[in-house]
Design a protein around this ligand. Sequence first.
Ligand code: GRF
Length: 280
Amino acid sequence: MLAIQGATAASGRLLLARLCSAGCLAARPACGSFVTPQRQRQCGSTPQRGTCCSAAAHPPPVLAAEPPPKKKLAVFVSGGGSNFKAIQAAIAEGSVHGEVAVVVSNAPSCGGAEFARAHGIPVITYPAPKSDPAAGLTAEQLVQQLTQDFHVDFVILAGYLKLIPSQLCRAFRRRILNIHPGLLPSFGGKGYYGIKVHQAVIASGARFSGPTIHFVDEEYDTGPILAQAVVPVYPTDRPEQLAARVLKQEHALYPRCVAALCDNRVTWRADGIPIMWSAE
Ligand code: GRF
């Protein structure tokens, strides 16, 4: 067990925490900093002698009357959209307290965009194809639609191959996530996408690889890392085999990170490193 002080924006109280495999922290707030209905029953108005719940130390908790509204997500896709589908499945089963309000794509007939339409999710095109500038949004229009029309809380890049415009980075500071199929900061940057990442990993002789979830800044693959998962790289691997092994981890890790965002379980260290807290 590792004791961490003051790492939660909400309470600043002492937390008992342990590290999970993806690099997130499982946190147990000190008594009174979080109150569930069950806990309120345990910690009611007649405190027991010798328990932690003296009325003087713990004023009666105030409970929200209803759960907080679901966070609205904009998912950006350029390809098959298997990560988008994994997030959508997690939403459907209730582990992500959010909803996909809109899908953004530079390739409006890609698999991810088709999946969105099949599920009644609107699809907008950004950027417009060079051959037909009227067929898509400008960066300003994109920001306006996401903020004012769709009221988006978080932007989730799921295999989106275009650079994010600086206007969007500014409007959604610390609110844009990306998934990269390698262990950043290695094997990232312009030109490192898709199978090229796995080819480079194998060529390097690295023994481990895996997905990285990171916040997005105005460069390719340089924003603060939120979580990673690790898979072995075997000496006989072909890039496609490694890609499949990494993708399986992507589908587990990305929904967990999106769930943490939607639950406000991501806090920021003073030096700009994000910390993901477990729901436990
Ligand atoms: C994933 O490997 C992801 O890491 C990368 O692009 C790929 C997208 O795959 N950014 P999919 O469209 O989610 O299937």
